[in-house]
Design a protein around this ligand. Sequence first.
Ligand code: MG
Length: 321
Amino acid sequence: MNLKLISSLFLGLFLILNLQAQPVKKHGNLSVKGTQLTDEHGNATVLNGISYGWHNWWPRFYNKESVKWLATDWKCSAVRAAMGIEPNGGYISKPDWSKEKIEAVIDGAIESDIYVLIDWHSHGLKLAEAKVFFAEMATKYGKNPHVIYELYNEPVKDSWQQVKDYSIELIKTIRAIDPDNVILVGSPHWDQDIHLVADDPIVGFSNIMYTCHFYAGTHGKSLRDRCDYAIKKGCPIFISESAGMEASGNGPINYTEWQNWIDWCESNKISLISWSIADKNETCSMLTPKASSEGNWKEADMKESGIKTRELLRKQAEKSN
Ligand code: MG
């Protein structure tokens, strides 16, 4: 081999390795084509990553260093900053402190070149407050390809009509400032009733997706059937929260059903975010109380769900490259 050939091989290898670690450099601005999340080059794109736990209860993990660890060691292409709204210490009672925490994760994601979901982690409608918040986020971050807005974590009692009206108001607010970044809309009844959304979707706006959440110990084939129905009707789905145990966040991990969901997401090219970075004594919290706040987690710092989710993410990253 001549020197020129060797050097171009090295350059090629360098570029491939470089792109592997930099999802946003690789995919750029995201959009929604039909039901598919799509990158700047027109390719179907899947994001896989981790949700932080409620910022009001686990603020210690909301920092750039932990984002960097999730990007580099766990191979996340996205993280979700879950800004608690109603509880003590949430956005309603401590707006400035809450934004500081959320922005640490957003800024960390931008630095680590991964996507980030700005999640209004609420279970009830708070339109006026959400409008102020998302207008601020769109103004500050709307030019960044990294950012995805999630308008309403999990509606509980609201009808789809109520969630739809709320979402349209927020979409108008965001679109007046940021014309293009992807917006995620919640589905009624803990993000389960995606079939109701599919029967009466929001029209007239681009780059909108709808969230479905699953906990594999509780939700199986019947929820996937609903999702299949929704996709057939043209409804773009994003799984912004999920895990292997029961919907309470506790109980044993149902590995068979969890794998069914992972396979389903893979074959339908659907993005998958797992819950959560927290150290509570429950199955879904991935870390132990001894785990550092800034990443660098060893196996002893992770609980079963953390170890298994990290394995999953590393496999998914390998396949997507
Ligand atoms: Mg934009």
